[in-house]
Design a protein around this ligand. Structure first.
Ligand code: GDP
Ligand code: MG
Length: 203
């Protein structure tokens, strides 16, 4: 089964740190910010083989090749990241959730929303906190998505638990939708392939 996951959020929120932490167990501190990439990983979840693709966008949005509309079409699920010590990143996350919600209106709205996970990252910086835990939780409830706070820098297990939850939601949505998956999804995959060319990284 193929699962496509997009990690979105403001620049510096920790999108790359989260993806790399999940894929390699490591926190390396500095991440290339001038390129977007799709990481791939094979994993087994509840006895099912999953071919996972994680899209980590370019930190400077104007240099990215995909627009948010493309990202919304491509992904089966989203991890929306903000930095709890940066209120602007929370506002950015809010705007993203709004766009995702709007784009799914009409088509399996409920299912699409539940495969979104809102993540308040950098919990280790809580002495510099600008966004309360309750604010994050309220935003998640308002948008019917899952929520947690964690630290890509300090928590490995929490990162794995969060990714596992979102993958489980996506795969159970697939089971429901299996007979109704749009026939156009293959050509969209091809299109994305063309856009990204050979810049795929396997970790
Ligand atoms: P991106 O632009 O969203 O991909 O953000 P990055 O993953 O490149 O992270 C931006 C900066 O925040 C880097 O210097 C990271 O080392 C740092 N960072 C990421 N996650 C954490 C975290 O959980 N705690 C702390 N203290 N710093 C983090
Ligand atoms: Mg990045």
């Amino acid at each position: 089964m193929e699962v496509k996951l997009a990690v979105l959020g403001g620049s510096g929120a920790g999108k790359s740190a989260l993806a790399v932490r999940f894929l390699t167990r490591r926190f390396i501190g500095e991440y290339a910010s001038n390129a977007e990439c799709i990481y791939t990983k094979h994993l087994c979840l509840d006895g099912r083989q999953i071919h996972l693709e994680i899209y980590d966008p370019c930190s400077q949005p104007q240099r990215g090749k995909l627009s948010l509309t493309d990202e919304l079409h491509w992904a089966d699920g989203f991890i929306i990241v903000y930095d709890i010590s940066d209120r602007a990143s929370f506002a950015f996350a809010k705007a993203l959730l709004y766009r995702i919600r709007e784009s799914h209106i009409g088509a399996c709205k409920k299912m699409a929303e539940s495969s979104v996970f809102l993540v308040g990252n950098k919990q280790d910086l809580c002495h510099m906190r600008e966004v309360g835990w309750d604010e994050g939780q309220k935003l998640a409830i308002d948008n019917k998505c899952q929520f947690c706070e964690l630290s890509a820098a300090e928590h490995y297990q929490e990162v794995v638990v969060m990714f596992t939850k979102v993958l489980r939601t996506i795969t159970s949505n697939f089971k429901v939708k299996e007979k109704r998956r749009p026939s156009g999804s293959k050509s969209m995959a091809k299109l994305i392939n063309n856009v990204f060319g050979k810049r795929r990284k396997s970790v």
